[in-house]
Design a protein around this ligand. Structure first.
Ligand SMILES: [Zn+2]
Ligand SMILES: [Zn+2]
Length: 215
């Protein structure tokens, strides 16, 4: 099973409308895709518009999500509630990437909240934090995005040491950023996972994550 659970459309800072993303991944043989816009208190109502698009697209399983971005640590739980009320099916928190300055403490707070599905590009995530990810069944992201990917090797190492699960996502903002299976494998292998482990991440973790979304 192949999927990408972290993609931006024109509803935040991406270049394509949701249907273009769904169609392009459908043609690449993907089973599922989530459009996950940058969300804060100004724009969570936009999720409903994207939901209309996901509900009316055939040929690939589609999800609408939210990437909680630059929300103060003490209000992350509140914005997640609003995003879910407006139809968000996948909750991503924008982690403490080495290249974008979200508030310190975001990783730690996100991993305490079991409504969070993915901690995106978590930078120098600690072992203690990764154990929380494992406990709350939150996936740590191995990112294809330039800059965010600088810490993939570290995230892979911490995941191996703690047993926290990872997913490979594109964090695509335009058509050139969309992935295929070969590129997902390269990203997982490049992060330091063995060939077998990379296959497991790209296919089985994706399948397990899909089941988690539907529970
Ligand atoms: Zn963005
Ligand atoms: Zn993103």
């Amino acid at each position: 099973m192949l999927a990408d659970f972290h993609v931006h459309s024109i509803y935040s800072d991406g270049e394509l409308i949701p249907s273009e993303i769904f169609r392009r991944y459908s043609v690449r043989g993907y089973d599922a895709v989530a459009v996950t816009e940058h969300i804060d208190f100004s724009n969570y109502e936009e999720i409903e518009k994207i939901k209309e698009s996901t509900e009316n697209f055939n040929g690939i399983e589609t999800f609408v999500g939210a990437e909680i971005t630059h929300v103060p640590v003490n209000r992350i739980e509140e914005i997640i509630g609003r995003a879910k009320d407006h139809g968000a099916e996948v909750i991503i928190v924008h982690g403490e990437s080495p290249v974008e300055p979200v508030e310190a403490g975001t990783n730690s707070r996100a991993l305490e909240l079991s409504d969070v599905d993915i901690l995106a590009h978590p930078g120098f995530v600690t072992e203690e934090e990764a154990y929380k990810a494992k406990e709350n069944d939150i996936y740590l992201e191995i990112s294809a995005r330039s800059g965010h990917c600088y810490c993939n090797g570290h995230v892979a190492k911490v995941s191996k040491e703690t047993g926290a699960s990872v997913l490979v996502n594109s964090d695509a903002h335009g058509p050139r950023d969309l992935l295929d299976e070969e590129m997902e494998m390269k990203i997982a292998r490049g992060a330091g996972f063995s060939e077998n482990k990379a296959k497991e991440i790209v296919n089985e973790n994706t399948e397990r994550f899909m089941k988690r979304l539907k529970r």
